[in-house]
Write a protein that binds this ligand. Sequence first.
Ligand SMILES: [Zn+2]
Length: 156
Amino acid sequence: MEQLWAPWRMEYIKRTDTPPSDCILCNKLDDADGLLVHKGERAYVMMNLYPYNNGHVMISPIHHISGFDELPVETQTEIMNLATTLMRFMRNEMNAEGFNMGANIGKAGGAGIDEHFHFHVVPRWNGDTNFMPVVGHTKVQVDGLKETCELLKKAF
Ligand SMILES: [Zn+2]
């Protein structure tokens, strides 16, 4: 039988057990910039350096893994529990009136850092519809981020 087509060559993304030293999210774990909110058993919470709103945090697995579906269920659960704790705190202590939560997975899904899963939690207030992107103004923002980081630590 004549073979009409060659099977597609799958391209595998190599994943190592040792996290790459240049992963921005892995590097957050040493808290050099003081923006680590909480480190749990399997996941951690950090301030987003490029927030869409005051209080914009990201929750990531401690392991350098890109897909939510690749995470053990215990890690998935911890991420959702952390999101729950944060949302309750933001609602009660920061008077958040709404939230955006979710994740962009893979380059095609719009992930800025596609090799390490991160789940966004963004508190919203009525009237904040400007949704200000502050890329390029991080120097000005860092003090504010640290202040919010200190506040959010009280959630845990
Ligand atoms: Zn990483």
